[in-house]
Write a protein that binds this ligand. Structure first.
Ligand code: PLP
Length: 373
């Protein structure tokens, strides 16, 4: 028998997360990771560069400046905030802090893949609740609840479907969950959701209720490389997560650039408005070429190639694969979402105007040609 050290059982069954693909080739267009086409605020870039002056000094382990700015912008108590190296660190901390072996974790069928990974990594049991038209379904989530349920993760809007639970639905979900179950509302794309009935979930958080909202600087703030995320949660949860996080989990550059980015809400508005405008145009264009899109509350569109009937000789899944191949052939990298159980779909980040037009041109070309030989 081998004496090689073995990880926990759950870890053995994890399929490693694969991020969106790109290429180093000249002119390659990467629209596979929902990054912001407008880039970060100039103020954030300046703060990042200025941080070089203090490279020999440990960062502020409490991320005080960043937390204060977040508290001010969102009008929430600074003591109920924790910062992380990306929101994925916070999601990981939550799973690590609360899951006991065999605890069940519920998320919707096509939810962000990390939820399953962190559940398995902590010896929990992942439970996927059926969706309804690629949208989380509250009845189905509730029907998955058992005595072993510990956490429900809901990305709102969800990646990769782009769908969201509206204000009433979010409150209904919280009301119908046992109070002992932790509800984690992942608002990575919250800023982009401009729909009137959308809320980011802040109003659900109180010390009396087990609810957490996580957010990121990787999307609308365009600081993905710096790894900055945060959560707003009841005091008992903040206290717990602070005990197990790395003592200096955010770099000085991340703290300072994040804080400076928060100071530039004009840039955030510009990025959101740009995304909304492009999205409206793109939805119209896809309607015209008869490719259905779903969701759309974030900064990407999910193309539904299930019933595209112009290429009779191909199966639905083959069309998604084949179209993806054609896009790659043209140096365009979008997200194949097979890992999400969506083999007939492609997720495409909303990029700059000329980038979006180029993608559309190639998809039109693909349709006219009737596939890619
Ligand atoms: C729904 C969702 N949550 C969380 C994250 C993690 O973001 P980050 O770790 O960059 O903050 C992502 C990244 O794509 C996401 O799509």
């Amino acid at each position: 028998m081998s004496n090689l050290i073995k990880p926990r059982d759950g870890i053995l069954s994890i399929s490693r997360y694969k991020g969106g693909k790109g290429s180093q080739a000249i002119g390659a267009l990467k629209l596979s990771s929902n990054e912001s086409p407008l880039g970060p605020s100039d103020r954030a870039i300046k703060a990042y560069i200025d941080s070089a002056k203090s490279l020999s000094i440990y960062p502020d382990g409490n991320s005080t400046l960043l937390k204060e700015k977040i508290a001010e912008l969102h009008n929430i108590n600074v003591n109920n905030i924790i910062c992380g190296a990306g929101s994925d660190e916070i999601l990981n901390l939550i799973a690590a802090a609360y899951l006991m072996p065999g605890d069940e974790v519920i998320f919707s069928e096509h939810a962000f893949l990390l939820y399953k990974i962190i559940t398995l990594a902590n010896n929990g049991t992942p439970i996927a609740a059926k969706e309804d038209g690629l949208k989380a379904n509250i009845d189905n989530i509730i029907s998955c609840v058992t005595k072993k349920t510990k956490i429900v993760f809901i990305a709102n809007p969800n990646n990769p479907t782009g769908s969201y639970l509206n204000k009433n639905e979010l409150y209904e979900l919280r009301d119908r969950l046992p109070e002992s179950v932790l509800l984690v509302i992942d608002g990575a794309y919250a800023e982009y959701a401009q729909e009137e009935d959308y809320i980011d979930g802040k109003s659900l958080i109180s010390d009396a209720v087990n609810t957490v909202m996580t957010r990121t600087f990787s999307k609308v703030y365009a600081l993905a490389a710096l790894r900055i995320g945060w959560a707003y949660a009841p005091s008992h949860i903040i206290e717990t997560l602070n005990k197990i996080r790395g003592p200096f989990n955010l770099s000085t550059a991340a703290i300072n650039a994040g804080a400076a980015a928060l100071d530039d809400q004009d840039h955030v508005k510009k990025s959101v408005d740009f995304n909304t405008e492009e999205k409206v145009n793109l939805l119209e264009e896809y309607r015209e070429i008869m490719i259905p899109t779903t969701g759309g509350a974030a900064n990407f569109l999910l193309l539904d190639l299930t019933n595209i009937d112009f290429i009779g000789f191909m199966g639905d899944q083959e069309i998604a694969e084949n179209m993806n191949k054609y896009l790659i052939h043209n140096n365009i990298y979008v997200r194949n979402v097979v890992d999400y159980g969506l083999s007939c779909h492609l997720r495409i980040t909303i990029g700059k105007r000329e980038q979006n037009n180029f993608v559309l041109e190639k998809i039109r070309e693909y349709m006219r040609q009737g596939g890619f030989p």
